[in-house]
Design a protein around this ligand. Sequence first.
Ligand SMILES: Nc1nc2c(ncn2[C@@H]2O[C@H](COP(=O)(O)OP(=O)(O)OP(=O)(O)O)[C@@H](O)[C@H]2O)c(=O)[nH]1
Ligand SMILES: [Mg+2]
Length: 300
Amino acid sequence: MKSGFIGIIGRPNVGKSTLLNQMIGEKVAITTNKPQTTRNSIRGIYTRMPEGSDEGCQMVFIDTPGVHKGRNKLGEAMTEMATGTLKEVDAVIFIVDSYSEKGGDRYVFDLVKETEAPKILVINKIDIMEPEEYLKIFNFYDSKGVFDEIYGASALTGKNVPDIMECIESMLGEGPQFFPEDMITDYPERFLVTEIVREKMLLYLDEEVPHGVAVEIESYEETPKITRIGCVIFCEKKSHKGIIIGRQGKKLKGIGKAAREELEALLGTKIYLELWVKVRENWRDSDRALLEFGYKEREQ
Ligand SMILES: Nc1nc2c(ncn2[C@@H]2O[C@H](COP(=O)(O)OP(=O)(O)OP(=O)(O)O)[C@@H](O)[C@H]2O)c(=O)[nH]1
Ligand SMILES: [Mg+2]
């Protein structure tokens, strides 16, 4: 059997989480049109096990936060998490969605270049890309001679995604089955709940407000008929609290409804979701808060 860990890395908003979901065939990671959506390394597991054969394959994809210049400790921790992933993978997918020789793409490219694992470049969003731009990106990276393969793809529509997966499988060596065959991720349901709530905040709120939000589970009670979940939404400023709650509580109600409906579909159970908003001044620059919210690991 073949198996291995594959890191997905790139600038914010290029489509890393969308690609992960497309490869797994389920929503494992939240995706939005706003940069810096993903804050943790998120594992998505794909297992192909032909019946009556031991010639299967297990690919453990690691979706990472978009690499960017952190303006606070959260941003720094996110970038560290992404770049740290490169050290522990058997293959790397580097994603870009536009032509740029400088800035974020350049920074990530230089890191990817240094890794020893096989490398694939995915030029994403070809469904909305001009052919000239695609060629420019292709030629630029092809001339570097760093990538084993280069694919144009659409993570959103799935175009060429099966080819990418086949290519990765061919790059992996023999290895153990790390996870059970039917497992698609290794994070707990509670994490999914906080992520879906955060996704709706990113979708319903603008500018800085949703980026300064962290969600924590306060209570989680499962009964055969319904799961009752209480979440606290931490925001950075008193003025943000008002914006999140909205006039007559309408904003928060909308966020809660959207999150509940999606969670009911994903978890296949009826859900009662209660949300509270609290202020925690500048938590994105507090090591303690980052540890508490799971955005940083305790140093060994
Ligand atoms: N048209 C088009 N849009 C895409 C494609 N892939 C992703 N997107 C969109 O691009 C936006 C960002 O996608 P994400 O998957 O959240 O990007 P990300 O790289 O994970 O972003 P961060 O987590 O912030 O680093 C979303 O609005 C996606 O729907 C694609 O192939 N085509
Ligand atoms: Mg993401």
